[in-house]
Design a protein around this ligand. Structure first.
Ligand SMILES: O=P(O)(O)OC[C@H]1O[C@H](OP(=O)(O)OP(=O)(O)O)[C@H](O)[C@@H]1O
Ligand SMILES: Nc1ncnc2[nH]cnc12
Length: 176
């Protein structure tokens, strides 16, 4: 069920960063402690029994709740970053974006075969970023991979949930 507190506090900016895009600005949830608590509580309920050992936060808005939830779950945090930002050896994955290509990367020693991974980002639009992150994490052969978003865009014809591997369990807190 969609959460009224979160929906009421989420700012939407029409035509940003370009005409036709309704930008869902999660910073208006992050700045509000009631919303932050609510997001953390809901995520905790979803994942408290899954044995999550590491949360992989996707740059940059995925970093915020990753660390809050990791502290609550007793898990670690791994940063999934845009290229050239991580200082040590990395494993990379490239993916197609609306215009051109992009790449994300994770430190080579960040994940092991015993890990149960929760990937987290603020928002699912086309799903390109998260599908690439799933492919990247699978290169480490963890025991299990989950994916979570605060916001899932379901009414814009983007079909972001399509194309994920079937073994990835996906959740979102609010669907718009
Ligand atoms: O489902 P998709 O179509 O891949 O879009 C979703 C991605 O786009 C946004 O990030 P952005 O690239 O704006 O990066 P930022 O968080 O660093 O601003 C958002 O935070 C997701 O990571
Ligand atoms: N509509 C949207 N709002 C916020 N972030 C996005 N990333 C991709 N599409 C977005």
């Amino acid at each position: 069920m969609n959460n009224k507190l979160l929906l009421d506090n989420l700012r939407c900016i029409p035509d940003w960063p370009k005409k036709g895009v309704n930008f869902r600005d999660v910073t208006t949830l992050f700045k509000n402690n009631d919303c932050l608590q609510e997001i953390c509580d809901e995520m905790y309920e979803l994942y408290k029994d899954k044995g999550i050992t590491k949360i992989v936060g996707i740059e940059s808005r995925g970093f915020v709740m990753s660390s809050a939830l990791a502290l609550r779950l007793g898990a670690g945090v791994v940063l999934c970053r845009k290229p050239g930002k991580l200082p040590c050896d990395t494993v990379q994955e490239s993916y197609a974006k609306e215009y051109g290509k992009d790449t994300i990367e994770i430190h080579k020693d960040a994940i092991g075969e015993d890990d149960v991974i929760l990937l987290h980002d603020d928002l699912l639009a086309t799903g390109g970023t998260m599908k690439a992150a799933c492919n990247l994490v699978k290169k480490f052969h963890p025991k299990k991979v989950y994916a979570n978003f605060i916001i899932e865009l379901v009414n814009e014809g983007l079909n972001g949930r399509e194309g994920f591997d079937e073994d990835i369990e996906i959740t979102s807190l609010i669907k718009i």
